[in-house]
Design a protein around this ligand. Structure first.
Ligand SMILES: Nc1ncnc2c1ncn2[C@@H]1O[C@H](COP(=O)(O)OP(=O)(O)OP(=O)(O)O)[C@@H](O)[C@H]1O
Ligand SMILES: [Mg+2]
Length: 241
């Protein structure tokens, strides 16, 4: 579903991605981890064309992201992206947040968009909050609305960039539970996170990055039981303790 091949990117003289290659098969969950500044956000954002790159190729469901002929807004409509800071529209109610892109980008009627949006809101356990504004919700609730909004677009894959790292500890679980449910239902997911409990539970593979390179790309058992590189061993030792 997602194929990243030999992607390199520079900011001026600084190389932020170095020859990165990995794939996410349909229905698989790949967790991306690594130290701060290693390029995780940059890599995941190449998948929906939010970060242009100079070398290599990224294909999603057969569509070449870097091809100037690719309609990036159509492609993005098919890839759900959930960020650290929720990114809901503060001036719109939860219901309006859920329906806006369905109507504007997918051309759905407001009735259809509302029906779908509210079905996903119910799924994340927040139907009772449909008329509130995001500022009236907790961080964990806002993040669940953001996930429901992304799902309402019928994405072929979901990208998550540290979706729980801005949350108070007691709210992390409620967001991870929603993500575990999605993974178990077969959603294709690429998830930047340091929540290794989540990774152990649902990841098929772990990608470990350092200094812009993919240092390891292993099945989770291999990664956790016998990381090949010194850098991954150090990293795991630090975050697990
Ligand atoms: N617009 C930019 N111009 C120059 N350098 C940048 C720019 N954006 C990011 N960088 C650098 O690229 C590197 C990778 O950044 P990126 O955000 O992808 O890292 P990350 O692994 O997601 O880190 P974190 O765990 O802190 O989120 C960092 O060294 C960062 O300073
Ligand atoms: Mg990041």
């Amino acid at each position: 579903m997602i194929e990243i091949s030999r992607v390199s990117k520079w900011y001026g003289a600084f190389q932020v991605l170095s020859d990165c290659s990995t794939q996410v098969a349909r229905g698989d969950v790949v967790v991306v981890c690594g130290p701060s500044g290693s390029g995780k956000s940059t890599l995941i954002k190449t998948v929906n064309g939010l970060e242009p790159f100079q070398h290599g190729s990224v294909r999603v469901d057969g569509i070449e992201v870097g091809d100037p002929k690719t309609d990036l807004s159509r492609l993005r409509a098919r890839i759900g992206m959930v960020f650290q800071n929720f990114e809901l529209f503060p001036h719109l109610s939860v219901r309006e947040n859920l329906t806006l892109a369905q109507v504007k980008v997918l051309g759905r009627s407001l009735d259809e968009a509302t029906e779908r949006g509210l079905a996903y809101l119910d799924r994340v356990g927040l139907l009772a909050h449909k008329d509130k504004f995001p500022g009236r919700l907790s961080g964990g609730q806002q993040q669940r609305v953001a996930i429901a909004r992304a799902l309402s677009m019928d994405p072929v894959a979901m990208l998550f960039d540290e979706p729980t790292s801005a949350l108070d500890p007691e709210m992390i679980g409620e967001v991870l539970d929603v993500m575990v449910g999605l993974a178990q239902e077969g959603m294709t997911m690429m998830v930047v996170t340091h929540e290794m409990g989540f990774a152990r539970k649902v990841a098929d593979r772990i990608v470990f990055m350092d200094h812009g390179s993919i240092v390891e790309d292993s099945p989770k058992e291999a990664f956790f039981n016998a990381p090949r590189s010194e850098r991954a061993r150090d990293f795991l030792a630090r975050i697990i303790h």
